[in-house]
Design a protein around this ligand. Sequence first.
Ligand code: GDP
Ligand code: MG
Length: 163
Amino acid sequence: MLPLVALVGRPNVGKSTLFNVLTRSRDALVHDEPGVTRDRNYGVCRLDPERPFVLVDTGGIAGSEEGLAGATARQSRAAAEEADLILFVVDGREGASAIDDEILSWLRKVDTPTFLVVNKVDGLDAQAALAEFARYGIKEVLGVSSAHKQGLDALMARTMAVL
Ligand code: GDP
Ligand code: MG
């Protein structure tokens, strides 16, 4: 069985964009409207052809436990718990939000290795964007731009070191 990597994060941070670039597929819906991907979506990343892994895109974790948002949040948690590595994706443009803080608090209870992936650093001072999240206490922090394919080599290298 291939190793499993889960993309976790609130809606609109760029999880599906990252999924697409890592799996080179258009399967994951990318949309400006938050929460457009409802279900878990699996794909295979073969950027290192000798070491493929399964990537799961989740619908994003909303703060509310009610209704569809709640079901989506549970799906994300289930995906995170079965994963070998969690990529906790946040938005480097918007900085840390209350929903990110909530996700962090349940991620701390999960025993899965976790990287903090600060997305959308294109055109930003990447160091400043990353510093915003230093208080999260996650050791592995990677600045990327999924849309502009920046920082992906480092992300792949660190991922391969864990899987
Ligand atoms: P998801 O809800 O977390 O899956 O987020 P999406 O992948 O659907 O992306 C949400 C929005 O952010 C879309 O408008 C994307 O084009 C945009 N986006 C995603 N990645 C980047 C990035 O690296 N840089 C910038 N500037 N925008 C991005
Ligand atoms: Mg999505």
